[in-house]
Design a protein around this ligand. Structure first.
Ligand SMILES: *Cc1c(COP(=O)(O)O)cnc(C)c1O
Length: 380
């Protein structure tokens, strides 16, 4: 292992860079999770988390990855054999589908080309009388494509199915409104826009989803919202909570709410736009095929044949100490992804784009030189 000077650039679309203030909070001594000091911590974070989801309802916090929160959304509301509708927007939508199948649900999976979001115009055609839930990934992290949730909801009209949305890589980065958009379960986690290490899974839950829990017969124990929400009322958990991650969450909420969510979203929009200008300036292609669906938290870039995107990434990591996201699933070797979410400023982005431009050139990918300048012009 050679020593490297300067700081590592972690520009994958999650886990993201953890701010210094959050790191310091994480290192505080762990306290009694049944004592009064813990209760005031928990009541504070559980209350302020609601504003991040833009909901007045409860948010359930698990010691888990995002995948656990996916499972929780399903096992709390559905029964074995229930029919659900999902859209093949990319790798994460496919993994959530697989998880639903493994739980014994019957999934109608609308095929997609991994360059578009869930198509609202197809929702009505695929909703059946017995569809119990519609599952959509808001920001598909494998492709950098945002699905238009309000339009999906509108297309469901007055169908009684629950709407479940994975907002794991958009929460705290891109505008997302659990209540206003009529979402029943929103799935989130800690290591992306919330700027925390991995380890917290989140469910924002509507009154309709809580009512569905009374009927749901899938086996549930650890993930059961009931005992958690009951204990949360007084600031406690039914099992040992991840105390130090909650310290970190408290500071991350300070950071996001002090900056103001509209400003946080505008910052991400601006960095995403500068990134896309760089891509076009290099003469390369953004994977997302519809400009209404651009992601503001990451950009996936198509690497022209016969070049291998992972070889470019490896060269960039080796030479410039910059980590970029790999192509997932069927995009392996074809794209790399720049994460521009979380704790980021103009110069972090400029440094990242400079590293990408240097790396593409060094790897022999034919590019035009104007990318970085185009991005800087857009930031100026
Ligand atoms: C990262 C991610 C996940 C998976 O989260 P884990 O914490 O790895 O389980 C799911 N969905 C989306 C959209 C993601 O970006």
């Amino acid at each position: 292992m050679t020593t490297r000077s300067g700081r590592h650039f972690l520009q994958i679309p999650g886990p993201t860079n953890v701010p210094e203030r959050v790191l310091r909070a994480l290192s505080r001594p762990t306290i009694d999770h049944r004592g009064p000091e813990f209760a005031s911590l928990a009541l504070d974070v559980l209350d302020r988390l609601k504003s991040i989801f833009q909901t007045a309802g409860p948010v359930v916090v698990y010691p888990s990855s995002g995948t656990g929160a996916w499972e929780a959304a399903l096992v709390n509301t559905l029964s074995p054999g229930d029919r659900v509708l999902a859209f093949e927007t990319g790798h994460f939508a496919t993994l959530w589908r697989d998880l639903a199948v493994n739980l014994g649900l019957q999934v109608d999976f609308v095929p997609g080309d991994w360059r578009h979001g869930a198509d609202p115009s197809l929702v009505a055609d695929h909703l059946r009388d017995d569809t119990k839930a519609v599952m959509v990934v808001h920001n598909e992290t494998s492709t950098g494509v945002r699905s238009r949730i309000p339009e999906v909801r509108a297309a469901m009209a007055d169908h009684p199915a629950l709407l479940m949305v994975d907002t794991i890589s958009s929460l705290g980065s891109m505008d997302y409104r659990h209540d206003e958009w009529g979402v029943d379960v929103t799935v989130g986690c800690s290591q992306k826009g919330l700027m925390l290490p991995p380890g917290l899974g989140l469910n924002a839950v509507s009154a309709k989803a809580l009512a569905a829990r009374e009927q749901g017969r899938l086996p549930r124990a650890y993930w059961d919202w009931g005992p958690i929400l009951q204990a949360n009322e007084r600031g406690f958990f039914p099992y040992t909570p991840p105390t130090n991650l909650l310290y970190g969450l408290q500071v991350a909420l300070d950071l996001l709410l002090d900056e103001g969510l509209p400003n946080v979203f505008a910052r991400h929009d601006r960095h995403a736009e500068a990134t896309r200008r760089a891509v076009r300036g290099w003469g390369l292609e953004v994977l997302c095929a519809d400009e209404r669906e651009y992601s503001s938290s990451l950009t996936a870039i198509v690497v022209p044949e016969p070049h291998d995107a992972d070889a470019v990434r490896e060269l960039i990591l080796d030479r410039y100490d910059l980590s970029l996201g790999t192509g997932l699933g069927r995009l392996a070797g074809r794209v790399f992804r720049i994460g521009h979410l979380g704790d980021l400023n103009d110069l972090t982005l400029a440094g990242t784009l400079a590293g990408v431009q240097l790396g593409l050139t060094a790897a022999g990918v034919p590019i035009e030189k104007g990318g970085l300048d185009a991005a800087l012009d857009s930031l100026a």
